[in-house]
Design a protein around this ligand. Structure first.
Ligand SMILES: Cc1cc2nc3c(=O)[nH]c(=O)nc-3n(C[C@H](O)[C@H](O)[C@H](O)COP(=O)(O)O)c2cc1C
Length: 376
């Protein structure tokens, strides 16, 4: 039954839904889908229907990762359900108090895909980069973006989720990023703690918090002279804070372009500080399709080998299993997931697969990976 349903879904997405979408610019599709989701969030019967589709598509495959019990090893990565950008906190809060849906997909997407990481959210709202900031390369099944952390800010995001507290999914993560261009480390730490507090003080307790170290810190500093000390200070402070405030597990997200030594140093920091999982990786900076002088983060097929190498380096540096590794980067089919799985990885995040294979991508990928197990 499940197999037949997934086969049918695969054919419908590949031959009916994807062809027209693939002809439109990536950014247009992104905004179109979010606008539709924003409307669907207000229609509980449809959300129930999506939950039914989820149940038909996903095999129960429970796994524990980073201190979180997941029903399925796949999590929809940060960046899709993160909400609108605003000029300032007051305007963002006003929109929430007026009842606007500032975080399109917050209800619909978890119903369809299961676990989702909301965000990234920064301490204050950001409007992000203007113009064309999202691209897609259909041949390599890659995405590329320089959205620039557009988001409503942690306070408005938390206020919005608190308003919908009863309808929040049972398992979800919240991704927190430092404000860009914060040179002062104590200001950065303060911003992060205030962002966490914004959620916890409003009774919004995610299953995990992710600290997005990869954006912008590590990419700004490719040689990362201070990364080890910086990550240690930040992670130790955040873990201590979370232990005193409900003991929410801390995960950290890192970039794919670090040296093996840096991965080793970071893994040791995470082990020392009590970080429960590391998400490897965020996107890979490459020249944007429209201006080679401007960098934009690549996900999907063109990220796969760099992310896999990062995961390999991290798993080789792990002295014990106190820090789980959550694979993220180019997981588009059974084979790419199997490549991570063979390194001992139990759980994954994905973004590009949602675009190229549709909302039930994770169920398809897991079902395809069964063939890899059978042949190995
Ligand atoms: C349009 C877009 C926006 C993104 N925004 C965020 C973000 O705000 N925070 C974050 O941690 N990752 C963000 N990401 C990165 C994804 O979460 C993921 O790490 C990356 O796309 C690699 O996964 P993939 O190869 O499955 O696409 C974004 C990705 C895309 C394509």
């Amino acid at each position: 039954m499940r197999y037949t349903f997934l086969r049918l879904y695969h054919l419908v997405y590949r031959y009916i839904l994807w062809p027209p979408l693939s002809l439109l610019p990536a950014q247009k599709v992104h905004h179109l889908i979010l606008a539709i989701l924003g409307g669907l969030d207000h229609l509980p019967p449809l959300v129930m229907f999506f939950r039914l589709l989820h149940r038909l598509a996903y095999a129960e495959s429970p796994c524990e990762v980073g201190g979180v019990q997941l029903k399925h090893p796949f999590i929809f990565a940060a960046g899709f359900v993160k909400g609108l950008g605003f000029e300032d906190e007051q305007t963002a809060l006003q929109a929430v108090h007026q009842g606007r849906n500032i975080m399109m997909g917050w209800r619909t997407i978890p119903a369809l895909v299961g676990a989702v990481e909301f965000g990234s959210f920064t301490r204050r709202p950001l409007i992000g980069n203007q113009g064309v900031v999202i691209w897609r390369d259909n041949r390599s099944r890659s995405t590329q973006n320089r959205v620039g952390l557009r988001n409503p800010g942690a306070v408005a995001a938390a206020e919005f989720l608190a308003r919908h507290h009863r309808a929040l999914p049972p398992v979800f993560g919240v991704n927190i990023a430092p404000m860009p261009c914060t040179d002062n480390p104590s200001q950065e730490t303060q911003d992060i703690l205030e962002s966490l507090a914004a959620f916890l003080e409003r009774g919004v307790r995610p299953s995990w918090f992710t600290l997005n170290l990869s954006c912008p810190n590590t990419e700004d500093d490719p040689s990362c002279r201070q990364t080890e000390a910086h990550a240690e200070q930040l992670c130790a402070t955040v873990v201590a804070y979370l232990r005193q405030h409900g003991d929410v597990p801390l995960w950290v997200k890192i970039s794919p372009n670090l040296s093996v030594e840096q991965y080793r140093a970071l893994m040791q920091v995470f082990q020392r500080c009590g970080v429960r999982a590391v998400i490897a990786t965020n996107t890979l900076p490459q020249p944007s399709p429209t201006n080679a002088e401007v960098m934009a983060g690549v996900g999907g097929g063109r990220l796969f080998s760099a992310a896999l190498a990062a995961v390999r380096a991290l798993s080789q540096s792990r002295a014990h299993a106190s820090v789980d590794i959550v694979a993220c980067g180019g997981i588009l089919d059974g084979e790419s997931w199997y490549a991570y799985h063979s390194l001992g990885i139990k759980a994954a995040q994905y973004y590009s697969a949602f675009i190229f294979r549709g909302p039930l991508a994770a169920a398809i990928i897991e079902s395809e990976s069964q063939n890899c197990y059978d042949h190995n």
